[in-house]
Design a protein around this ligand. Structure first.
Ligand code: ADP
Length: 484
């Protein structure tokens, strides 16, 4: 668009018309757009005037020089060829300076108002053209940059628009077999993606972030995160990033296998040690010191047996074998848990109170042994982590779809920093009072596994020094058992 502007400027018998742009300040958007363009027979010859006129234009919107040969008005080095008269007009668009347009004549002449208005109009058209070109370049550079980032991202990325149609994807997404039959831009995402769980994540998520593990037909496991793309407080689409976690899943399975093999193999030698330790006192009199040593060995063996049993339980629950679902009477279950731990509690003068559901004969479909174990673990912890003379309250509340068990104690409580990690395997709170109790750090991991196997969940609220409240929620009707 610059050449026609320059041609129009030459129309009045001018020998030169030139457009001069200052260098682009940010290297980021540098394009190959020239910053000097000229037209007219003497254009190149008079190029030496570009810089001085550009500088003057920054301060003066219009400059008219009627006879250059007369004075040294531009402070040019001597010998610089100049036209006889000229007009230079700033190029400005939306208050931004884009350069100058100057027109020179080889005759001495004056410029009337109409002529200078005409040059001004051409200059503002020039400014508009430059502004558009720069805008285009910056948009294009931005687009190319996003494309380059996406292309070199090894993780598959999919983006949808506000209406849930596929907007863009990267080559990595294309290479995931079993993700989509064919990527078609503009198609609703649910018709593009063939993996139902990923589809659900895209279409049903209302939160800003949602994630889940998805397994593709070829056995690969991905961790998918879908996030809303928010621009000026408006959700304009969603972006999904998939992370291949197949390797970690395999490692995890190997680790679990290893742990369960080792714990299984440890069981027989432990039984042996326990057996012979018990027999020691039967085959001869032991001195007091020997009795103390034997007692220490027994304590050690019991701790190890507990750890091994916990590990085996956890392995079995996680592997998903043998979930024997039947109707469980909630009142009976609570009674069993209570009587199992009453001794332990009364040794510490801890009072346990029971509050079964108010309904008649409340039942839940669950594996009775596992559910009892989960509740026992919670109450056992409450006894362990509550000092002498404390209180424990076990309550069950029937809800429309679930039953919620609550175990409340007046114990040492749990620091906020420990709370999120408490259900991890082997995690134990760092407080001294907690650490002085024997434990493996597996009890709550087992509770969590049991809850999840039943389609339920476990959580807590607690205040350090005041006590803890553990909640275990189990659906009244269990989801169908998965077979390992
Ligand atoms: P363990 O009791 O064998 O250490 P758990 O998994 O049962 O393992 O519990 C993990 C940690 O959680 C415990 O070490 C303890 O620090 C903390 N904890 C669990 N229950 C309570 C409770 N009722 N009150 C205070 N701390 C608790």
């Amino acid at each position: 668009s610059v050449q026609p502007i320059l041609k129009a400027a030459l129309n009045n018998g001018a020998s030169v018309a030139r457009m001069v742009l200052p260098p682009e300040p940010s290297a980021e958007f540098q394009s190959d757009m020239p910053d000097r363009v000229g037209a007219g027979a003497a254009s190149e010859m008079y190029a030496g005037l570009d810089e001085p006129l550009l500088e003057i234009s920054r301060q003066h919107s219009h400059i008219i020089l009627t006879n250059l040969r007369r004075g040294r008005s531009l402070n040019l080095p001597s010998g610089t060829p100049t036209p006889t008269s000229l007009i230079a007009v700033e190029m400005r668009h939306e208050n931004r300076f884009y350069g100058t347009l100057w027109v020179g004549y080889d005759q001495q002449r004056s410029f009337d108002e109409e002529e200078s208005r005409f040059v001004s109009m051409l200059a503002s058209e020039g400014a508009l053209a430059v502004a558009n070109a720069r805008l285009y370049t910056s948009a294009e550079v931005g687009r190319q940059r996003v494309e380059a980032i996406l292309n070199s991202t090894p993780e598959p990325v999919l983006v949808t628009d506000r209406q849930g149609r596929l907007l863009l994807y990267n080559p990595a997404a294309m290479n995931v077999t079993g993700l989509a039959e064919k990527m078609v831009i503009g198609q609703p995402i649910e018709t593009v993606i063939s993996q139902p769980e990923l589809n659900q994540l895209f279409t049903q998520t209302r939160e800003t972030h949602a994630s889940r593990e998805i397994t593709l037909a070829n056995g690969k496991v991905y961790y998918a995160v879908v996030s809303s793309v928010v621009v000026e407080n408006q959700a304009v689409g969603k972006v999904c990033i998939l992370r291949d976690i197949t390797h970690f899943k395999e490692l995890d399975a190997m680790k679990s296998d290893f742990v369960s093999t080792v714990s299984h193999d440890l069981r027989s030698p432990l039984t042996l040690v326990r057996g012979y330790t018990t027999m020691l006192q039967m085959v001869g009199d032991l001195s007091e010191q020997q009795k103390t040593y034997v007692q220490k060995i027994m304590t050690g063996v019991e701790n190890m047996t507990r750890l091994v049993n916990n590990l085996l339980d956890l392995g079995r629950i996680e592997a998903g074998v043998g979930l024997q679902v039947e109707k469980v009477q909630i009142n009976d279950l609570m009674e069993r848990v209570f009587s199992g731990l009453q001794m332990q509690a009364s040794q510490k003068q801890i009072q346990i109170s029971l509050e079964p559901p108010s309904e008649d004969h409340p039942v839940v479909e669950a594996d009775p042994a596992l559910l009892q174990q989960a509740l026992t673990n919670l109450v056992e912890n409450a006894v362990k982590y509550t000092p002498q003379g404390g209180q424990i309250h076990i309550r069950a509340v029937m809800k429309p779809q679930t039953v919620e068990f609550l175990v409340r104690d007046t114990g040492i409580g749990i620091a906020p920093i420990d709370q999120p990690r408490l259900f991890e395997k082997f995690y134990r709170a760092a407080q001294r009072e907690a650490y002085s109790q024997r434990g493996t750090g597996l009890g709550l991991a087992i509770v969590k596994s049991i809850a999840e196997r039943h389609g339920g969940k476990v959580w807590l609220d607690s205040q350090l020094g005041k006590g803890s409240n553990f909640h275990l929620e189990i659906p009244l009707i269990s989801p169908p058992a998965k077979k390992a």
